[in-house]
Design a protein around this ligand. Structure first.
Ligand code: CA
Length: 575
């Protein structure tokens, strides 16, 4: 079995390396062939081990004896699930996911019943843009006060909010105000006004206020990021794409419009916003961006005191720290995310990364953010709709994928999990559409399945669909469920003041203390593919018990005579 695993790992690694060169067509064929071989081997393996292993696994599921009572606090520390509605669940058969589809699947995310363990247990949802737009991704908004007809109606959305409330789920939506769509009425009116001007005539905002909503200029500033405005003599700033003209966020009328929009959605019942592209508000001008964030955060807090705002500042820890001085609650912790971020680097031991270096990075980052905003809530994640998925980051190594998820879901703050990560869905290459593929609910039941975004490739999936994984106690899905559960049992995980237990930390072992409301827990990680023994006597952790554990292969973490026996890639919470 080990040899097979090694072989698969080597094939996967070489595929990954070829994949990096972008020979898409060839790869897909090879992947298909390899996966057929894999699944045949898997079936043979399964036949052989059915009597022993499968029964063992079922026993282990029953054997988990550390289930604690849920202790969920109704605040802004949440476990968020990021959803791209387009690819989630289709309720009306047009092949596009929609709000009613999500409502019908809410029980999968959280059924609101603490006595069941059939749901994932997430208590926050981030919806990618839902407003009318010209694209499948909907980051170019044409109307800020409505729902895209692909997704449903405002009434559907209000129903979704009600259903989320029932389940204790906070709902936040993507708010995109760095730019609008070039098809937004503001931009269309501005361009048609400019087209009507004579050669030497200056635009008059009294005649058309919208000419000051955007950054129009007679000169094309720089090689990229500016585009000709229709048939006029003017250019406009568009940092991402000519279909998305940048708004001038220094303009008071623009700010007034954004306040009206934010208030509209808060009044509709959303709990907060994910702010898109904050570092492009004024590209390259950190201080001006911070001022915009401060203005927005203060405004939405004046409407709803406990509003949650999380900003997308795709940047280094120092820049993110600077943005925290705006008072904005959260920023996505990009330094921890992606294939070259601290989490996956630590789990895969890439470069010189060890459990010890990861521990020090974490504390350094937390100190840095806290120095800017003592009330900050970290927003760690590994993947989102713009990045490769965890499967690709860990080259389909299931144990490393689980361990990465276990680390993410035991970190400070409000972790974000992208839909489909809980079943190890795959992404492929750099193309965005391949990172936003249909949620794989079932391979036998096509109900609710969406069609892939039109530019997406057929990406082979290494791991089974939701329905199959729900039945397998050792699946990635059941690992996520246990991890979220442990988080929901121990409020110290999200909220505790974190410190290192230096005596236990080495290149494989990470050990943290977390203190919250005079309650202390200890979390110990064996970030290694070999089992470990950890003596708790040295740091004086003698009066302590296991609260719960996560292991990648179903084996138990045990504690006897102050010595922890930790299977490879396991995590234990003690108190
Ligand atoms: Ca639909």
């Amino acid at each position: 079995m080990k040899r097979i695993v090694l072989l698969i790992a080597m094939i996967s690694l070489s595929l990954f390396m070829i994949g990096c060169k972008g020979e898409g067509y060839v790869i897909r064929e090879v992947v298909e062939e390899t996966q057929q071989t894999d699944s045949k081997k898997d079936m043979e393996d399964r036949d052989q081990v059915f009597d022993s292993d499968i029964e063992d696994n079922m026993m282990k599921q029953i054997d988990y004896k550390y289930q604690q009572e849920l202790n969920i606090i109704d605040d802004n520390y949440r476990n968020y699930y990021e959803i791209f509605l387009y690819s989630f669940y289709d309720s009306d058969g047009d092949g596009i996911g929609d709000i009613q589809g999500l409502i019908s699947k809410l029980d999968y995310i959280n059924d609101g019943d603490p006595t069941t363990d059939t749901d994932l247990g997430f208590n926050g949802i981030w919806l990618m843009p839902i407003m009318p737009s010209t694209t499948y991704h909907k980051y170019d908004v044409t109307d800020y006060y409505s729902i895209d007809s692909d997704y449903g109606t405002l009434d559907d959305f209000k129903e979704l909010i009600k259903e989320c409330d029932k389940r204790g789920i906070k709902l936040i939506i993507d708010l995109v105000f760095n730019h609008t769509s070039s098809k937004h009425p503001w931009f269309k009116e501005a361009v048609s006004y400019l087209e009507g001007l004579g050669e030497d005539q200056e635009p008059d905002p009294k005649e058309c206020p919208y000419v000051e909503y955007y950054n129009f200029d007679k000169d094309k500033k720089g090689a990229t990021g500016y585009h000709k405005a229709g048939r006029s003599d003017w250019y406009y700033e568009c940092i991402f794409w000519d279909g998305m003209p940048d708004l001038d966020l220094d303009n008071d009328e623009v700010r007034g419009e954004i306040e009206k929009i934010a208030k509209f959605w808060l009044d509709t019942g959303v709990d907060g916003f994910r702010l898109d592209a904050v570092k492009e508000f004024f590209t390259g001008q950190k201080d001006k961006n911070t001022e915009v964030l401060k203005w927005f955060t203060e405004y939405v807090r004046s409407v709803k005191a406990d509003v949650y705002v999380v900003g997308e500042a795709w940047d280094s820890k120092d820049i993110i720290s600077a943005y925290y001085s705006s008072g904005t609650t959260s920023f996505f912790n990009f330094p921890l995310a992606m294939h070259n971020g601290e989490i996956v680097k630590a789990v895969r031991k890439l470069g010189s990364s060890t459990a010890s270096s990861f521990a020090n990075s974490l504390i350094h980052i937390y100190d840095l953010y806290k120095s800017s905003n003592s009330d900050y809530i970290d927003a760690p994640f590994i993947s989102n709709h713009d990045t490769t998925r965890v499967s690709a980051q860990c080259v389909n190594n299931e144990e490393m994928m689980k361990m990465s998820a276990g680390v993410l879901l035991t970190l400070d703050g409000s972790p974000f999990v992208y839909y489909g990560e809980e079943i190890g869905m795959n992404s492929y290459g750099d193309k965005d559409e391949n990172k936003r593929l249909p949620m794989n609910w079932s391979n036998t039941d096509t109900r609710g399945m969406t069609r892939k975004p039109s530019n997406a490739d057929i990406v082979e999936q290494k791991f089974p669909a939701v329905d199959e994984q729900l039945e397998d106690s050792l699946s990635i899905l059941n690992y996520y469920k246990r991890a979220v559960r442990i988080r929901n049992e121990n409020p110290e995980i999200a909220r505790g003041e974190t410190s290192l237990i230096e005596e236990l930390i080495d290149s494989n072992i990470l050990a943290l203390r977390k203190n919250y409301n005079s309650s202390e827990i200890t979390i110990i990680y064996n970030i290694n593919n070999e089992d470990a023994k950890v003596s708790l006597s040295d740091p004086g952790l003698t009066d302590i018990n296991i609260r719960g554990y996560l292991s990648v292969d179903g084996r138990e973490v045990t504690l006897e005579d102050n010595v922890l026996e930790m299977p490879k890639y396991s995590i234990v919470v003690l108190k």
